[in-house]
Every structure is written in C-alpha cells, then in structure tokens.
Design a protein around this ligand. Structure first.
Ligand SMILES: Nc1ncnc2c1ncn2[C@@H]1O[C@H](COP(=O)(O)OP(=O)(O)OP(=O)(O)O)[C@@H](O)[C@H]1O
Ligand SMILES: [Mg+2]
Length: 326
C-alpha cells in the first residue's frame, strides 16, 4: 500500500507586487497588483510504506513547499494529497500523531528553556503515557548520545546538539511518516554522518516512511535508493539513484600513477587532462573510449597503478538540475 500519494499537486502563492516611490505606493493601496509564484506546479508520485526517498532539487525548486503540503501546514492550490489515508490539511489528531516534519533551518524548540520541557509538551500533545514517554526518551537520548544536555537551555547548545534535540522532539511519539527538510544543514562531517546513521536506523527499526531533502549528496547517496528530483515546481526524475548515475555518466575518470613523470604530451591525445602532478595524472575520458584508453595506457607506459571511476554524484546531479529532463 502507498503511504504517500500525491497526484497533480500544485501550490501557487500570490505575491503582492510593490512598486517604489510615493505615488505608485499610494496607487497600489487602491489597485493591488499580484503576481503568482508557481512553487509546486503539478507533481505526482507515490511512496510505499518503509521507503526512504531523497527529495532533491536546486534552491527554490519547491521542496519545502511540498513537504509543508504533505504535513498539512499549507493547503495546496489543486491536486490530491494523501498521507496514511488522511488528507493532511485537515490536521486530524490521529494523523498528527503519526507524522513529523523536521526542518533543519527552523528551530521548533523553546529557545530559553531546556529541550526536555519541549519534549514534555509534545508528550501532552501526542497523549503519550508516562511509561511510553520515558521509554522513547531514554532510547532517543541514548541513540543520539545527548545525556544531560536535554536539561540545558536550548540557546546554549551548539547547532549540532540542537539538531539532535529537534530530532528527539520530532520522534518522541515514534511517527510512522517522517518529513526531513535538510536535517544535516550546517553540521560538520562527523555530525552529518551520525545524523545519517540515526535516520537510516530509524527507518529500518520502525519501518518508517521517510522523505528527505538535502543539498548534501552524501546524505542521499548513503540513505536513499530512490530519488525524486524537482526543479521549478516540476518533477524531472523519479527512480533509482543507480539508474540516474548510469544514465548521466557520459565519461569516466581514469587516475594513473606512472613510474616516472606523467607523459603530458601522450596523455593529451587520450582524453581531457584534469590534473598532472609529478608521476600522477587524472584523465576524463568518454565512457565508450575508457576501455581502449586504459589498454593504451597500460601497453605503452610503465604504469604503477591505475583506477577507473564513475563521475561524482554531485556532477551528475548538477547536470540534471540544469534542466535537462530524463
Ligand atoms: N509563503 C510564500 N509566499 C510566496 N512565495 C513563496 C512562499 N514560500 C515559498 N515561496 C516561493 O516558492 C518557491 C519554492 O520555495 P521552496 O521553499 O519550496 O523551495 P525549496 O526547494 O525548499 O528551496 P531551498 O532548497 O532553497 O530550500 C520559491 O520561489 C519561493 O520563493
Ligand atoms: Mg527548502
């Protein structure tokens, strides 16, 4: 069964156009001019129970707007949105007990109070028994390794520590569906990795359905087999990360270590030289030619080491973001 089902979702915002100058300002009090921002412009997809899907796109693509529609914070302009069989915007208590939206850019905790106070409030909102609350809290604080930090005012915490608190607050009721909007933004590499591990574990342990946005491709690569890509409010790809990579890998990266200095003149004819540094050279070669070039390199030179790699996911994604549909 599909946990999330979105059909032809549109969300248009009406924005008021203000002109500079006194007369236009006065005029505009009587004749307001609006323009329409097509934040989400007719997207459809469905997500099955337990899937962890990457939801990616450049800035302003419509990701946050979509997640807000899915969690019922915004009412969509048209289309059908269903999550766990509910219509999100109705914000029924039963629905809210089963979902959570975490925004890396927004603080949802009380700033001046210890995070544990916000957790307690959520306990009341989600009507958790003392036992369940304790059990969930102990588990989450243990997994995220936050210990007594939950008793410290939130404003004193570092960004990474605060993000962990945000997650605890969002997961205290063990939601079945999780919308994560850039949960690792601004975190250092080690903390990003911890967050990723935690998200992956939560998905597996509770068979939670997760839709994750991130500008860090490492998050997507490590956690998601499937990605949905949107750009300018439209869906441009929905499928496995693997086939996306295959489809857009037009070249391979060959790194060679020679026994002596890299022979720049010879290499020029084989492909695009990305780097030459002493005995090391990195070449970008057309996918079809990669095998041939490798053979030539090995036959005609004294090669100490050679590796052939696919281009980085970042390169592939930025190519797709440039608007070329799949
Ligand atoms: N409340 C609003 N009123 C008017 N326009 C809005 C509103 N919220 C979002 N938009 C516009 O809708 C578009 C999509 O915004 P959205 O925040 O969904 O993008 P995003 O994909 O989350 O981008 P980012 O990666 O930068 O977070 C943008 O052009 C934005 O300016
Ligand atoms: Mg956003």
């Amino acid at each position: 069964m599909n946990t999330i089902k979105v059909t032809g979702l549109k969300k248009y915002f009406r924005v008021y156009k203000r002109k500079e100058g006194l007369i236009p300002t006065i005029n505009s009090l009587f004749h307001r001019k609006y323009s329409e921002v097509k934040a989400v412009d007719g997207i459809s997809f469905s997500i099955r129970e337990g899937e962890l899907v990457g939801f990616i796109g450049p800035n302003g693509a419509g990701k946050t707007t979509t997640l807000k529609c899915l969690s019922g914070l915004l009412y969509h302009s048209s289309g059908i949105v269903e999550v766990l069989g509910y219509i999100p915007f109705e914000r029924k208590a039963d629905f809210l007990k089963k979902i959570s939206l975490v925004m890396g850019q927004k603080n949802q905790l009380w700033w001046d109070l210890p995070a544990v106070e916000s957790f307690r409030l959520n306990k009341e909102i989600y009507e958790l028994s003392e036992d369940v609350y304790r059990k969930n809290l102990d588990e989450l604080t243990g997994l995220l390794d936050v210990g007594s930090l939950i008793n410290q005012p939130v404003r004193q915490l570092s960004l990474g520590q605060r993000m962990k608190m945000e997650l605890i607050a969002a997961l205290i009721h063990h939601p079945k569906v999780l919308f994560l909007d850039e949960p690792t933004i601004g975190l250092d590499i080690v903390m990003q990795k911890k967050m990723r591990d935690f998200i992956g574990n939560y998905n597996k342990k509770y068979k939670a359905t997760i839709l994750l946005t991130s500008h860090y491709m490492a998050d997507v690569k490590e956690l998601c087999r499937r990605v949905i890509i949107i750009n300018k409010g439209k869906l441009i790809y929905d499928g496995s990360l693997e086939s996306l990579s295959q489809k857009y890998s037009f070249h391979k990266i060959i790194t060679v270590h020679f026994y002596s200095d890299a022979p720049e003149n010879k290499l020029k004819n084989l492909g695009e030289i990305k780097l030459i540094e002493g005995s090391k050279a990195v070449l970008k070669v057309d996918k079809e030619k990669a095998k041939n070039v490798t053979v030539q390199l090995l036959e005609k030179n004294k090669v100490r080491d050679l590796t052939v790699e696919e281009p980085e996911l970042e390169d592939i994604i930025s190519f797709v973001f440039e608007g070329k549909s799949v």
